[in-house]
Design a protein around this ligand. Sequence first.
Ligand SMILES: Nc1ncnc2c1ncn2[C@@H]1O[C@H](COP(=O)(O)OP(=O)(O)OP(=O)(O)O)[C@@H](O)[C@H]1O
Ligand SMILES: [Mg+2]
Length: 207
Amino acid sequence: MIYMADQKRAMVQHEAEHTSRMASIGRLAAGVAHEINNPLAAINEKAGFIRDLLTFKERYKEDEKLLKLADSVISSVDRCSYITKRLLSFARHINMSMQTVNLKNIISEVLEFLHKEAEYKSIIVSVDISEDIPEFESDRGKLQQLFLNLINNAFAAMSGGGYMDIAVARNGDEHVSVMIKDDGCGIPREDQTRVVAHGASHGGKRS
Ligand SMILES: Nc1ncnc2c1ncn2[C@@H]1O[C@H](COP(=O)(O)OP(=O)(O)OP(=O)(O)O)[C@@H](O)[C@H]1O
Ligand SMILES: [Mg+2]
């Protein structure tokens, strides 16, 4: 009995060590990828500039060799960016801690945390979460962070108070859709694609 308990403890400890080792590898990978991205962007920009010079300046026009060299620098940079992107996405996966989550609880907790601020800012929050949302596997902390960010942004956009609606509905068998809508200042149309490009989206200005 004692032997089994010992074995179990050793196993749990081993697992914990493995998890923390993977987390530090993940942080390291993310840090390296991030640091490399800046000089890569600089190389890319300058190689592009050299390429343009070679293409448009009369005296280089005939020199195919130089143009090929510039192209090969640019395609190597592309390859490096692909690698750093994969490294970042790998790090994100390692740093995930998956558990069974209940979306309604997560959103309620985030709102509980913000309700004083809503009151102070005269923001009326309404929440409509469909009853048929199943629990699913995800990273609870990251989801909280995500909602906190989106709601904070909405609050920041409603400096004079207003309405914020949150609606969560089931979207077919595999998807859940979350809508966060505020009647604040809105995001100019030309900036909206950039918001989606960063992986976040939310309902726009209510008309
Ligand atoms: N609901 C919203 N309504 C209007 N503008 C928004 C909304 N959400 C985001 N934005 C605009 O997008 C910008 C970027 O948002 P993001 O959350 O990335 O950064 P931030 O809010 O400026 O800073 P941080 O979240 O780091 O404190 C905001 O500064 C704001 O101009
Ligand atoms: Mg923000």
